[in-house]
Structure formats: C-alpha cells, structure tokens
Design a protein around this ligand. Structure first.
Ligand code: 9YT
Length: 132
C-alpha cells in the first residue's frame, strides 16, 4: 500500500507551479496505478484555457466558486463545492475561478509529475516530452 500526506507533498517536488494554479501530484505514473491524482488550487480571479488532447481528466470541486466553459458549444457550467466535471471528450475548455478553488483531479493516462501546460493548454504525452 502507498500512503502519502498532502502537507508533506506540498513541500516537495510533487508541487508544480503555474501562472494561474498550483498542483500537488499525490499519485503519479511511476506508482503504476494507471491514473494520477492531484490536489489543484486555482487562483482567484483567473481564467485558464485548457485542452488536454492526450489525457482524460475528472475534476471534483472541494471548495471555492467559479465556472467552466466548453469552447465548442459555449456552454457555461457553474462550479461549486461537490460539482464534478468530466472531460470525457478531451473537451477544450476555459476554467474560471471567482474565488480560490481547491480541486481533486484524476488523469488517465497518468502524468509523470513534471508537466505544466504548453501555450495551448495541453500536456504532451511522455513520449513527446522525451523526444523534445
Ligand atoms: C483543473 C485543471 O486541470 N487544472 C490544471 C492543473 C491540473 N489539474 C494538474 O496538472 O494537476
């Protein structure tokens, strides 16, 4: 069994910083679970364009308020604690935080731990990362 604690992980290299968010990656590819699990903080008053073309992601809101807009159809979904959105179609989207939001995120395939968004809001597949 693997046991970790958020308090320790956020003071380690598991914490990744981006302009509009930080993410503490509690479970990663090298744990061999087939998915990764992160606690992500989205900063208040931000908008983040995201398009995970290589990954499926589920995002559960634990605290805070905001909204997510799917770019293809312009639909806007309010985010409140208890809401989950599931990007089952690699949906391109805009994530807006009204207040700071704490999200629990699951990725398939799992992240290796070092990824931050590229200019299109995408994480490359590991193979692509290694080829760069
Ligand atoms: C909700 C979301 O996708 N935020 C961006 C960061 C991502 N969750 C991550 O890398 O953990």
């Amino acid at each position: 069994m693997i046991v970790r604690h958020l308090n320790e992980a956020e003071n380690s290299e598991r914490r990744v910083e981006a302009e509009t968010w930080n993410s503490v990656r509690l479970l990663l590819k090298d744990d061999n679970m087939g998915f990764s699990f992160h606690i992500t903080t989205i900063y208040a008053g931000t908008e983040t364009p995201i398009w995970y073309q290589n990954h499926l992601e589920s995002v559960f809101c634990m605290s805070g308020e905001g909204e997510v807009e799917t770019c293809e159809d312009g639909k806007v979904y309010p985010i409140t604690p208890g809401m989950i959105y599931i990007l089952d179609k690699n949906d391109k989207h805009l994530l807006r935080a009204k207040t700071e939001m704490k999200m629990a995120c699951v990725f398939n395939p799992p992240l290796n731990g070092k990824e931050t968004h590229d200019k299109n809001g995408v994480y490359p597949l590991e193979a692509a990362t290694l080829a760069e």
